[in-house]
Design a protein around this ligand. Structure first.
Ligand code: MRU
Length: 345
């Protein structure tokens, strides 16, 4: 079941749920141009790898929809739009993947007129959105098989409906298991500094009626030691072809903790999050965000002036710490280099 719509296309505009206001306010924003979309991505009003893929695809259409002129200039406008939106956030490969799919669609249909090209760009973005709904359901279906009755799972950040078209990746697994009548408990890392776990994941789990406990990120170790966690399931922003996985900052520490406590560690993601052009995790670009996110809480300063800050938004989980990937094509176990490739053969 989907409890909200994080993004939809309405006649001539994108309508998005502003995730920065959750869980206190459910407010929708209308996006009619790429500048507003860019701001929404950078400020994390929309976020999560699969949702960024969908947003990027619609972004290409937004960038060209009011264009008047010949085909050559339309293509130039499209490239400018893609280059502009590509500057917003670097880590989630889906953003680039979504834009590339629309680009390819246009380039493969150059016999069409300008207005028709615009129309197929919109159709492709809509197809990506609809596909994502089906993909999330499949990830949930495959993943639910590894969830036992009375299971307890720890998750990090938000890989739920809000990060996709409405059903999620890591949380899709939990939603589906719950729908099948499996009773489970979820430990939710608050996910400093932007609190996606506290604000978004607990909100989604409560809507679904799944029991959850919110913990600070630094409590994960003790919760594992006390035997409260049977598996960890998180999402991904970009997976290298050897299986190294970039996800929200803190994922690396969690993977080490899980390994130490012999707790299985799963990554749930669509195949579109695997970047086969990148060999290993060290080549994944990691976004660094503003020091203010760490120096302040709700606008209030919590550290002395002149405090130096390092604020990487993501880290990389080495493949040898990952038990399996949960994808829409099934579970993928090691050796990842070989088995991830099979997904696209
Ligand atoms: O900075 P964010 O909130 O966009 O980071 C999101 C994550 O790290 C998610 O875990 C990831 O995108 C997977 S979402 C299905």
């Amino acid at each position: 079941m989907m409890f909200f719509t994080p993004l939809k296309w309405e006649k001539d505009k994108l309508v998005i749920l502003d995730q920065t206001l959750l869980p206190l306010k459910e407010k929708y924003l209308e996006i009619r141009d790429i500048e507003t979309l860019y701001e929404a991505i950078v400020k994390l009003r929309i976020r999560g790898a699969p949702l960024l893929g969908i947003a990027g695809a619609f972004g290409v259409y937004l960038g060209i929809k009011d264009f008047r002129g010949d085909k050559e200039k339309l293509l130039k406008k499209m490239e400018e739009t893609i280059n502009y939106l590509a500057q917003s956030r670097p880590t989630a490969v889906n953003l680039f993947w979504g834009m590339e799919r629309v680009r390819k669609k246009i380039m493969g249909n150059l016999h069409l007129h300008v207005e028709e090209l615009k129309e197929i760009a919109l159709q492709e973005a809509q197809a990506i959105l609809e596909e994502d709904i089906r993909i999330s359901q499949k990830i949930g279906e495959y993943g639910s098989k590894i969830i036992f009755q009375q299971d307890s799972v720890l998750t990090h950040c938000n890989a739920g409906g809000l990060a996709t078209s409405g059903y999620g990746t890591a949380l899709a697994v939990l939603f589906k298991a719950h729908e099948k009548g499996k009773k489970l408990v979820v430990y939710v890392d608050e996910t400093r500094p932007l609190l996606q776990g506290a604000r978004l994941t607990t909100w989604e789990l409560q809507k679904a009626g799944i029991e959850s406990y919110l913990i600070c990120d630094n409590m994960a170790g003790v919760v594992m030691k006390e035997g409260k966690v049977k598996k960890v399931i998180i999402g991904a922003d970009r997976v290298a072809s050897n299986g190294d996985t970039a996800n929200k900052i803190g994922s690396y520490s969690l993977a080490i903790l899980a390994h130490y406590h012999s707790i299985p560690f799963y990554i749930a993601c669509p195949v579109s999050t695997i970047d086969f052009s990148i060999k290993e995790g060290k080549d994944i670009p990691i976004e660094e965000r503003s020091p203010e996110e760490i120096l302040t809480i709700k606008g209030e300063r919590i550290a002395p002036h002149n405090t130096k800050v390092y604020n990487p938004a993501f880290d990389v989980v080495p493949h040898h710490l990952i038990t399996a990937f949960i994808t829409e094509k099934g579970l993928v176990y090691p050796p990842f280099e070989k088995n991830l490739h099979k997904l696209i053969e």
